[in-house]
Each structure stands twice: as structure tokens, then as C-alpha cells.
Design a protein around this ligand. Structure first.
Ligand SMILES: [Zn+2]
Length: 280
């Protein structure tokens, strides 16, 4: 099973580029970025899940409206890309509820799927998952079962859909990011800088030998014209800008070679009675 997802944020909507959250001064590139993706999916009659920032819903509502009008599955990706482990439970609840409502008011439907910015739900802040259940989310796609600059949840075990069950009995369906285990290390290849970095033949080889793939793309992953921040530390600069000029063609090849579904359609294909139940 291969799942197609996008995180809908502009090139400046992340803490390492703009820690001051004063975002109105930056060049807006999200419209053309989303339009390019939507056109590609429409040509292929493909449906995907789009995790949107509440801030985008507030400032650029037409972006979210166009995603929804094309029949895609719309989810929440926080309000202003706040990393979950930087928040206390009260502010996480406040920001998530605010973002969920902004998006729901815009599309006229309730939303049921969440992804934390930077995969920032770890084994140390699983209270965030319980709050998601309380706010009405059915699915979470935030767990990253490998090493990551931000969040990682390496105790998750095999990276495939599972049910997370809390001590109070409530549960949420988890769709983690997939990885490829080679010797003792887990390699991620299905989105962001990892997808831009590895050659396509290797991504295809890894994807062919995986029974589950969860992609995560951003408009900036495909945008060589985005403003480059020269002052970024070298490693961060490399991770942010590697492979930008070839990534959209790689993305098209991936869509040619594999079949994809959105999270809500994947849910219908899974026999949840047979998946792992993890106590968290
Ligand atoms: Zn993000």
C-alpha cells in the first residue's frame, strides 16, 4: 500500500528559516506550488491527503479551497508549524483546535487526520495523540520511526499502520512514515530532503521492496525558484536545497511506477482487526 500526502506550507513556514514567525514579509509561492501538484494529480485522476497549516487557511484560503474542490482529503498540520514538543498540552490543544476550526470553516466539513510539524510527536509527548483523539481526529500521520533532526519515534517498531491505544482505553489509527532497514540503520526515502537526495533508481528499488510507503512532499521540495537563505548553516542548507531542480521529474516517475491512495482511502483497504495494537 502506497499513500500520497503533502504538507501544505510555504517555503518560509518553518522555524529554521523564519524563527520569528513574522511571515507576512516573504514572497508567497504557495499558490503556484499547490496548483502544479493539483494539476499533476488531476491529470492522473489521483486523490491524496493534504495536511494544511491553519495559518494558510487564514491567510491564503483559496489554496485550501482549491485542494478541497478537487476532492482531496484535507487534514491539519498545526496552526503555525509549531513543533509539538516545544508546546505544553494546553497550548498544543489551543493551537490544534484553532487550526482545525479554521480549516473546517473553510471547507464546510469536519477533518479527521493530523500530522505534526517536523514529525515532532515522540515517545516523550504522546499526550499530544490523546488530545488529537479528544479533538475528533481519527488518524495520525506524525510518527517517524527513524532518526530525524526533529521528531523520531524509534520504539515504534516495524513502520506500518498500527492502532495506538492509551491507558484510558481510547485509541487512534497511526500511519507512520515508512523506512528501509539496512543492517542496523533505518533509511527514509519517501519525502522531503531524503526524496530529493537519493537517486530515483534507488528510491524505486526501495519502494518496490516495501509493502507500505507513506510519502510526504512539500511545494518547496519541487521549487528551484524559491528564495535561498544564504545564512543557513551548511548542513541545513544542503538538506533544504539538494535536488530541487530534478525532484518534480522524480515525483512524476514515482507516480508512473506506483499506485497511490489517500489516507482515508487507505483506511478502507486495511483490515484493522489484523494490525498491531501498541499501548502508549
Ligand atoms: Zn511541515
Amino acid at each position: 500500500m502506497n499513500i500520497l500526502t503533502f504538507d501544505i506550507e510555504d517555503w518560509y513556514n518553518c522555524d529554521f528559516i523564519t524563527p520569528d514567525l513574522n511571515w507576512d514579509k516573504y514572497e508567497v509561492r504557495i499558490y503556484e506550488g499547490v496548483e502544479r501538484i493539483l494539476q499533476e494529480l488531476e491529470n492522473r485522476r489521483l486523490k491524496a491527503t493534504f495536511f494544511c497549516l491553519g495559518w494558510i487557511a487564514e491567510k491564503h484560503p483559496d489554496v485550501i479551497r482549491s485542494i478541497h474542490m478537487q476532492g482531496h482529503h484535507v487534514g491539519c498540520h498545526s496552526y503555525q508549524h509549531e513543533l509539538t514538543y516545544d508546546l505544553d498540552p494546553k497550548s498544543f490543544r489551543y493551537n490544534t483546535e484553532k487550526s482545525k476550526k479554521l480549516i473546517e470553516d473553510l471547507i464546510g466539513e469536519s477533518i479527521n487526520v493530523y500530522r505534526a510539524p517536523g514529525f515532532s510527536i515522540t515517545k516523550h509527548n504522546t499526550w499530544a495523540l490523546e488530545i488529537l483523539v479528544e479533538l475528533g481526529f481519527e488518524y495520525d500521520c506524525s510518527l517517524f520511526p527513524a532518526a530525524h533532526d526533529y521528531g523520531s519515534f524509534d520504539s515504534f517498531g516495524k513502520a506500518e499502520p498500527a492502532i495506538l491505544k492509551f491507558s484510558n482505553g481510547v485509541q487512534i489509527k497511526e500511519f507512520p512514515i515508512n523506512n528501509k532497514r539496512i543492517l542496523t540503520k533505518n533509511f527514509v526515502f519517501s519525502g522531503g530532503g531524503f526524496f530529493r537526495f537519493y537517486p530515483y533508481w534507488l528510491i524505486k528499488y526501495w519502494a518496490r521492496s516495501s509493502s507500505y510507503m507513506m510519502t510526504y512532499f512539500h511545494c518547496r521540495d519541487f521549487d528551484p525558484k524559491q528564495p535561498m537563505i544564504e545564512s543557513l548553516p551548511l548542513v541545513r542548507k544542503f538538506k533544504s536545497y539538494v535536488g530541487l531542480s530534478t525532484s518534480f521529474v522524480k515525483f512524476q516517475k514515482l507516480l508512473n511506477d506506483f499506485e497511490f491512495v489517500s489516507v482515508d482511502n487507505a483506511d478502507k483497504l486495511i483490515n484493522w482487526g489484523n494490525v498491531r495494537v501498541l499501548q502508549v
